[in-house]
Design a protein around this ligand. Structure first.
Ligand code: PLP
Length: 385
């Protein structure tokens, strides 16, 4: 056991990046190591295997771990799965859904956006009607739209899509849901799950985390036109991922070695330590309900229109009467860093709090109480001023 301790700092409870455990930060400080060294190869292989566990993707999932951020996963979907003129549907629950649509259009997709009212979700009727009106190559669902805190019923939507348009590839943007919400890649029949390291996985930013199905890889093989990207072309990365998983190194572009050491430590904690994966999801739900109940007592409302479509890893919190974004610097002065509103229609009316990763799984840190106490203090002071 090392006695490394990170520097004292303000508590980071935005909906990602999040607080990072000392052991993960220490692994990120691994000395200079060759990306093809025998020491590093099994570390990369481990990460690939453990990602399958986190996403319940043991049957057909092919992980891609590539330097980049969550956004690069959108590019991976666009470049590898879309050919110019293909129809795509975007289930739009906020800023991130709409931005994914822009990304797919960059690759020539004809995108139909189904936009939910702010804080709501797309109805089954609208989803089915859109699927039936055209031959759809790809549909995207943002599991948690970080701008609204809305949790999409991803399993339910996937079932509907399988029923009404079985050939359509299903993309789940899980940047703000991996490791805080249950995702069953195999059972739900997902084709691409897109994430990143800096949220539920509890690792510094810098790695794009993608899972692709056998069907997605077949789609890539059957393209009529070349992949319109050099760096995120899966044909270049597939041999690399397979080599590392099989215990040898292969080069296309240098992986972020230290981040992969850090990811290994985080994934081991998630897949092998207490709480178990199932318990982790239940704990996020329990803590989320507690946070939302306590904030409601202070007069706060929430952007999601009902609790059953509210994310468990974050809350999009409406300011109580008489309170505004002016409380955010006051919270920071109490060492609690939350995020402002992001959805352009309502940005000034709400703020966002993350409750993911160690903040949730390690109660001894006292993070949740610290956040609730700070919000209570500044809201009470503001109201009585
Ligand atoms: C749901 C969602 N998708 C995509 C992204 C983009 O990820 P990144 O900022 O890592 O590029 C974010 C970032 O917050 C997100 O919350």
């Amino acid at each position: 056991m090392s006695n490394f301790k990170q520097a004292p700092h303000k508590l980071l409870v935005i909906p990602g990046p999040i607080e990072v455990h000392d052991s993960v930060l220490l692994a990120n400080a691994t000395p200079g190591t060759s990306h093809v060294s025998p020491a590093f190869v099994p570390v990369f292989g481990d990460c690939i295997r453990m990602l399958r566990k986190v996403l319940y993707a043991e049957k057909t999932g092919q992980p891609f771990l590539i330097a980049g951020s969550g956004t690069m996963g959108w590019d991976a979907a666009g470049a590898n799965l879309i050919e110019a003129g293909d129809n795509a549907i975007v289930v739009d629950h906020g800023y991130f859904g709409a931005a994914f649509a822009d990304c797919l259009e960059t690759y020539g997709a004809k995108v139909t956006k189904i936009t939910a009212p702010v804080g709501g979700i797309v109805s089954d009727e609208d989803l089915v009607a859109a699927l039936k009106s055209q031959k759809v190559k790809l549909i995207t669902i943002t599991h948690v739209d970080t701008s609204t805190g809305v949790l999409a019923p991803a399993a339910h939507y996937s079932k509907l899509i399988k029923e009404h348009s079985p050939d359509t590839l299903i993309a789940l943007d899980a940047v703000c849901s991996v490791a805080s919400e249950e995702i069953r890649f195999d059972d739900w029949g997902l084709d691409i799950v897109i994430s990143a390291t800096q949220k539920g996985l509890g690792v510094p930013p810098g790695l794009s985390v993608v899972m692709a199905s056998a069907r997605a890889l077949e789609t890539l093989q059957n393209r009529k036109t070349p992949v319109p990207s050099y760096y995120i072309n899966w044909n270049r990365w597939l041999p690399i991922m397979r080599a590392y998983e099989e215990g040898s190194a292969k080069y296309f572009a240098t992986p972020p070695v230290q981040l992969i050491y850090a990811l290994q430590v985080a994934l081991k904690a998630i897949t092998e330590e207490s709480p178990s994966l199932e318990e982790r999801f239940a704990l996020h739900k329990k803590v989320s309900n507690h946070v939302k109940d306590e904030l409601a007592k202070l007069g706060c409302g929430f952007v999601p229109l009902s609790r059953d479509i509210a994310a468990n890893g974050m809350s999009a919190v409406k300011y109580p009467e008489g309170v505004s974004a002016a409380i955010l610097p006051k919270l920071a002065a109490l060492d609690v860093v939350v995020a402002g509103g992001l959805h352009k229609d309502i940005a000034s009316t709400y703020f966002r709090v993350g409750h993911m990763g160690v903040t949730v799984t390690d109660a001894s840190r006292g993070d949740i109480q610290k956040v609730l106490d700070a919000v209570k203090t500044v809201v009470t002071e503001t109201k009585s001023a």
